[in-house]
Design a protein. Structure first.
Lengths: 79, 152
């Protein structure tokens, strides 16, 4: 999945896991709809979801609010 | 007749703009070569030189606009926010660092080379500026390559 999104900003993406896709599917939202709710491009949602890009705290909280899920359940540190 | 309404034709959306920015940046190296042939060709008349300088200026300003995330005045705040979102800022920041490094390295190279070879100021400036901008542009295009996966 990572390769198909294009870029890999690997230094920024090594340690953050997420379950955005699962939660998004539960709510029946597309990436485009989630992007619209967060006021970012679909590319941003796509790269965050695939672990290519680590979002800022602000964006993580916006995604969390849009998906009605506590931020600590959406994102976690991977060791 | 199937014509689009004028308002739609004149006002590309943030998504259109994003696609254009991502896909067309690859042609900048060709434009840079074209600039050089117009500006520096041996038998260049003043008209072709000015044309080359105009192309050079447009390319430079376009790349700076892309890297800096200049707002598009016809777009809403929402669309401008989407165009200049976190992913774009991260990618353009990374690309700008590469561009700065390329310009600096070319500068050092020219200073060293100037000890042995007489360099032309105009050509040297052109190469330095384009080396930085093209490196930044290509790095931006590389990081931003490919459409996102199919939406689900």
């Amino acid at each position: 999945m990572r390769g198909s999104t294009g870029a890999t900003l690997t230094t920024m993406s090594e340690a953050l896991g997420n379950r955005i896709k699962e939660r998004r599917s539960e709510l029946g939202l597309t990436q485009a709809e989630l992007a619209e709710l967060c006021l970012v491009s679909r590319k941003t949602i796509n790269t965050v979801e695939n672990g290519v890009f680590v979002p800022s705290t602000v964006l993580a909280l916006k995604i969390s609010a849009a998906l009605s899920e506590p931020v600590e359940r959406l994102f976690w540190l991977e060791h | 007749m199937g014509y689009r309404k004028k308002a739609e034709f004149d006002q590309p959306t943030a998504e259109d703009f994003e696609d254009t920015r991502r896909n067309w940046i690859w042609i900048f190296p060709l434009l840079a070569l074209q600039q050089a042939t117009l500006i520096f060709r041996e038998d260049g008349r003043s008209f072709t030189a000015y044309l080359g300088i105009a192309v050079f200026t447009v390319v430079v300003l376009t790349l700076i606009a892309i890297l800096s995330g200049w707002g598009a005045r016809w777009m809403s705040k929402r669309d401008n926010a989407i165009l200049n979102d976190e992913w774009h800022r991260a990618v353009s920041g990374d690309a700008s660092r590469w561009g700065l490094a390329a310009t600096s390295l070319m500068g050092v190279g020219f200073v060293i080379a100037d000890r042995w070879v007489a360099l032309d100021a105009g050509e040297t400036t052109w190469v330095m500026v384009n080396a930085g901008l093209l490196t930044a542009g290509l790095r931006y295009a590389w990081l931003n390559r490919g459409d996102p996966d199919d939406d689900e």
